[in-house]
Design a protein around this ligand. Structure first.
Ligand code: ADP
Ligand code: MG
Length: 239
C-alpha cells in the first residue's frame, strides 16, 4: 500500500466572531494515499473550503492532528507554513486567482519569484509549463484576454511549476461551462497520472465521477468515503 500523503485525525475547526462561535469541522478523519485523485463533496457551507484551507496550511485547526507526507503540521509561523506550501502544495481556485496586470507567463512564474529564482530563468521555465498546457502562444497575454478555460490552465501551470506533491483544487470547474470543465478534468487526470496526488472540492456529481474516490462532508463530519468503481471501470476500458 502506498504511503499517506495527507492524513487528518479528529480534526475540529470553529470560527469565532466575538461571542459567536461556529463549529464547522467536528472531528474529520481522512487519509489520502500518495498518487490518489479524490473528490470532496458536500452542500454549500458544509466546510469543504475550511478543510481544504487547513490542508493547504492557509488556516489553523483547533483540535486533532494533520500529517502532510507523514509530517505533523501543527501551529506554525507564516515563514514555516510558506516553506511547506512551496515544497508540497499547488493550489487551484474557482476564480483562478491570477494577477490581472501580469501576463500568463509572469503569473505562472510567480511561485519561482518567491523562491528567489531570477527573472530570466523563471520565465523560461514558465514558458515550458505553458507549452505543456498548450498555451505557449498566450504567454504574453493578460488574464483579461483569456477564456475561462485558458485562465484555469494558466493557474494549473502555476500550481505545477514548484513541483508539488499535492494539488488542492477548490471548485476548479465552478466558473466554467460543462465542456471546458471536462477539459480541465482531463488535464488534472494527466497531472495525476504523472504521480501528483489531487484533492478536488466540488459539488458537481459529474466532476466527482471523474475521481477515484468520493468523500462526502455533512454537518462537519465525513458522511461517506467510497471508491468510485465507475471510474476504475472506465480506466480499465481505456487501457
Ligand atoms: P463550503 O466551502 O463547503 O461552502 P466553507 O468551509 O466555506 O463551506 O464554510 C463553512 C461555514 O463556515 C459556513 O457557514 C461559512 O459561512 C463559515 N465560514 C467560512 N469561513 C469563515 C470565516 N473566515 N469566518 C467565519 N465563518 C466562516
Ligand atoms: Mg467553498
Amino acid at each position: 500500500m502506498s504511503r499517506s500523503i495527507i492524513r487528518v485525525e479528529s480534526l475540529h475547526k470553529s470560527y469565532v466572531n466575538g461571542s459567536n462561535s461556529l463549529h464547522v469541522l467536528k472531528g474529520v478523519d481522512m487519509d489520502i494515499r500518495e498518487g490518489e485523485m479524490v473528490s470532496i463533496m458536500g452542500s454549500s457551507g458544509s466546510g469543504k473550503s475550511t478543510l481544504l484551507n487547513i490542508l493547504g496550511i492557509l488556516d489553523n485547526y483547533d483540535e486533532g492532528a494533520y500529517y502532510l507526507d507523514e509530517k505533523h503540521i501543527g501551529k506554525m509561523n507564516e515563514t514555516k507554513a510558506a516553506r511547506f506550501r512551496n515544497r508540497y502544495i499547488g493550489f487551484i481556485f474557482q476564480s483562478f486567482n491570477l494577477i490581472s496586470f501580469k501576463n500568463a507567463m509572469e503569473n505562472v512564474a510567480l511561485p519561482l519569484y518567491y523562491q528567489g529564482v531570477n527573472r530570466k530563468k523563471r520565465n523560461l521555465i514558465a514558458l515550458d509549463y505553458l507549452e505543456r498546457l498548450g498555451l505557449r502562444e498566450w504567454a504574453h497575454h493578460l488574464p483579461s484576454e483569456l477564456s475561462g478555460g485558458q485562465k484555469q490552465r494558466v493557474a494549473i501551470a502555476r500550481a505545477l511549476i514548484s513541483n508539488p506533491k499535492v494539488i488542492l483544487a477548490d471548485e476548479p470547474t465552478g466558473a466554467l461551462d460543462s465542456q471546458t470543465s471536462l477539459e480541465v478534468m482531463e488535464i488534472l487526470k494527466e497531472v495525476n497520472e504523472s504521480g501528483i496526488s489531487i484533492i478536488i472540492v466540488t459539488h458537481e456529481n459529474d466532476i466527482a465521477a471523474r475521481t477515484q474516490r468520493i468523500i462526502r462532508l455533512r454537518d462537519g463530519l465525513i458522511e461517506s468515503n467510497e471508491v468510485n468503481h465507475a471510474f476504475e471501470l472506465e480506466s480499465v476500458k481505456v487501457n
